[in-house]
Design a protein around this ligand. Sequence first.
Ligand code: IMP
Ligand code: MG
Length: 178
Amino acid sequence: MPGYTLRPLFSAQQIQKRVQEMGVQIAADYPDGSLHLVCILKGACFFLSDLARAIERDLVIDFMGISSYGRGQTSSGAVKLTKDLDLAVEGADLLLVEDIVDTGVTLTYLINVLQQRKPRSVRIAALLDKPDRRMRPVKVTYVGFQIPDEFVVGYGLDYAEQYRNLKDVCVLEGPQVA
Ligand code: IMP
Ligand code: MG
């Protein structure tokens, strides 16, 4: 987008290395049971596809659509479910696959919705974690990288729906980016 610059933060290679490590750890932590990877659309789509292939055990993949942000980068505060899961989750181990945990509002809402369906467990795997911005306490069991309070795009993460297809995760710098 004109007027914005991208500063690389994590290269595609660094991301791949970390995602492989996360996959090995997740496979070791779930020795039995029905594991459901729940991809939070749209930002987690590339993370999900790489992470799922790094977890060498049986699993199923499902998708949940949620929108908590408007066109830009400020939270609207409201969370809306735009697509529900296809599969039943009672008795299953749910691993929510998220691009980034920021305020924690989205995941707090989602976990409440999913707990009502009586899964065996619910955990979170997030590529990125911005702990400085947390408004709701959320336990993120698997974190790719912790980052400072900067706005990042790429590898699924967007600004106004742009930049999701960048191979690297980059800090977006520009006129409206605080
Ligand atoms: P939360 O409810 O504030 O934790 O919202 C998390 C969601 O906000 C993420 O799934 C992203 O879609 C979006 N988000 C938060 N920080 C960033 C960022 O730095 N870049 C792009 N999207 C972000
Ligand atoms: Mg998201």
